[in-house]
Ligand binder design. Structure first.
Ligand SMILES: [Zn+2]
Length: 185
């Protein structure tokens, strides 16, 4: 049996609960793929060698109520924003820690390089990874959740009740990392 929990004046956005469980939550997910190199010299082993992956990212967008047109948010706008950021800054590029000695020669050779852990930029794309020292799959998940949050925040007329949920990044068929709240069961 459903029970309304919000004040009556919020009747157009009433979250529903089922037997006092957590609020029912709507969610959508967008996905994107990108081909990017990285290396993790601090880990040693084969990850220390420069190598590439066909990465996949899945971004969940959630809301406790639907908009007046019965959507969480417009799929296309979020998808386009996240894809554009990834394609501009990561796709066919290389993700490196800013202390990595490969950073300078690759950039000098005209290669696209995205630096993690750089305390230099206070603004701009790399600032989103300023506290992430190395481009592990876990760090890429954190970065892309921040990117997704900014895309959602900057959407014209973005509804305030919509949130970025869990972001899952897969670097191989067997390795993935998730960041953010778990999806409701
Ligand atoms: Zn790797």
């Amino acid at each position: 049996m459903f029970r309304r929990t919000a004040p009556a004046e919020q009747a157009d956005r009433l979250p529903l609960t089922v037997h006092n469980e957590h609020p029912v939550q709507h969610s959508i997910a967008i996905e994107h793929a990108f081909d990017t190199a990285h290396r993790l010299p601090e880990l040693g082993g084969k990850c220390a060698s420069l190598h590439g992956h066909s990465w996949r990212v899945r971004v969940v967008v959630s809301a406790i109520s639907l908009s007046s047109d019965f959507t969480v948010v417009e799929f296309g706008a979020v998808k386009a924003g996240v894809r554009q950021w990834i394609d501009t800054h990561l796709d066919h590029g290389t993700m490196l820690g800013h202390r990595d000695p490969l950073t300078a020669p690759l950039a000098a050779a005209g290669c696209k390089v995205f630096r993690f852990g750089s305390d230099q930029p206070s603004t701009g794309p790399e600032s989103l990874a300023g506290d992430l020292a190395w481009p592990t799959v876990e760090a890429v998940a954190v970065l892309l959740r921040r990117v997704s949050h900014n895309v959602l925040r900057d959407l014209p007329g973005a509804p305030p009740h919509v949130r970025i949920g869990q972001v899952v990044v897969r670097e191989t068929r067997t390795n993935s990392a998730a960041y953010g709240p778990e999806e409701p069961a």
